[in-house]
Design a protein around this ligand. Structure first.
Ligand SMILES: Nc1ncnc2c1ncn2[C@@H]1O[C@H](COP(=O)(O)OP(=O)(O)OP(=O)(O)O)[C@@H](O)[C@H]1O
Ligand SMILES: [Mg+2]
Length: 330
């Protein structure tokens, strides 16, 4: 793995207009993805994972305002002109959505879907795009590529359609793929096949990936590093194996305890309360209202991310409490 930084998200804040005031959705997010590295962005529903990815592609809704910087190879994505932005989205990065059917035009053929973006931006000619699409379709296990290209989305199963999405995302040999819950909407029987194909593609083509999921185990299994997000902010970042082996933030520890284990017999322990969105946090640590370790300071003072044991952790009490997670888990 090389340490060349591809994507650098710095102090990202996203808010939307709501009834005359601004509602924060993402708060002070810092995240780097290096060349050929896989990073997992993990957190409960509403924590701001998709918003962060949309900001990185400059695809946020019109009512959203953004502060901070999104840099791709030292270029500020928010300052790219129209043409450069189209090229950035067509050549440098690509996006795989959760539900392929929701992002494909049902009246266009698979060939039109795969090629129209790259042909429109001038990234590839139609013939070159179709030729590469056929080769990639074979690589991802789609037999009869020519026949599939002439079909319409409703003629393909969900798993096959997500393979088409992987082909589309690889077409221009991007350096970074944003995969936003790429298998969640699929039948469980095909989830692992599609995940394996995606991993094979990024490995074979040396592509970096920012992998969004609420499944901490899956993220840990397929990524080098993890960023754990809660209520619009990142609470812990570090090597995937370190985070899952010995969480330092109480939220990460609670997430790990809340999932069923395949290796030990124990009852999953639900995290008390409900997940919050950034705008629901009034003061102090965003996790304080659900944290069994919270003290007064946690409820009043925002914990800033700090370097602890080679990881970045946003918790006032990390040095005092991390050992107790291990005791509780055993
Ligand atoms: N277009 C929008 N306008 C206003 N608020 C929005 C919009 N899209 C999302 N939100 C809010 O922003 C917050 C973060 O949403 P986001 O979609 O990033 O969450 P997520 O972590 O991807 O969740 P999930 O796991 O459910 O996909 C949520 O509170 C959500 O309701
Ligand atoms: Mg999402």
């Amino acid at each position: 793995m090389t340490s060349r930084t591809l994507l650098n998200i710095k102090d990202l804040n996203i808010s939307v207009k709501h009834r005359g005031s601004r509602r924060p959705l993402v708060h002070d997010v810092n995240l780097e993805v290096h060349a050929a590295e896989s990073v997992g962005l993990v957190g409960e529903s509403g924590s701001g994972k998709s918003m962060t990815i949309k900001a990185a592609m400059r695809l946020l809704p019109k009512n959203a305002s953004v502060e901070g910087a999104v840099e791709f190879e030292d270029r500020d994505v928010n300052r790219l002109g129209r043409r450069e932005l189209a090229q950035y989205r067509a050549r440098d990065v690509s996006l795989i959505h959760q539900d392929p059917r929701a992002h494909i035009n049902p009246t266009r053929t698979i060939a039109q879907f795969i090629t129209e973006g790259v042909v429109h931006t001038g990234a590839m000619s139609e013939d070159a795009a179709l030729e590469r699409a056929c080769a990639l379709m074979r690589d991802v296990g789609i037999t009869d590529a020519e026949k599939r290209l002439a079909q319409f989305p409703h003629q393909l199963s969900g798993g096959l359609l997500q393979r088409v999405m992987i082909v589309t995302s690889m077409l221009t040999s991007p350096r970074l793929i944003f995969a936003d819950e790429p298998t969640t909407a699929l039948d469980v029987t095909v989830q692992s096949d599609v995940m394996a194909i995606l991993l094979e593609q990024i490995r074979d083509h040396h592509v970096a990936m920012l992998f969004v999921t609420h499944d901490l185990d899956l993220a840990a299994a397929v990524t080098d590093r993890l960023a754990v997000m809660y209520a619009g902010t990142i609470v812990e970042t570090g090597a995937s194996s370190d985070i899952c082996g010995q969480p330092l933030h109480p939220y990460t520890a609670a997430l790990l305890r809340s999932r069923p284990s395949t290796t030990e017999v124990r009852r999953p322990i639900a995290i008390p309360g409900s997940p919050l969105s950034a705008y629901e946090v009034t003061s102090g640590c965003s996790f304080a209202s659900r944290c069994s370790f919270a003290v007064d300071r946690c409820r009043t003072e925002v914990p800033h991310p700090r370097l602890v044991e080679g990881r970045t952790v946003a918790c006032h009490r990390v040095e005092e409490i991390a050992d107790q997670f291990q005791e509780r888990a055993s």
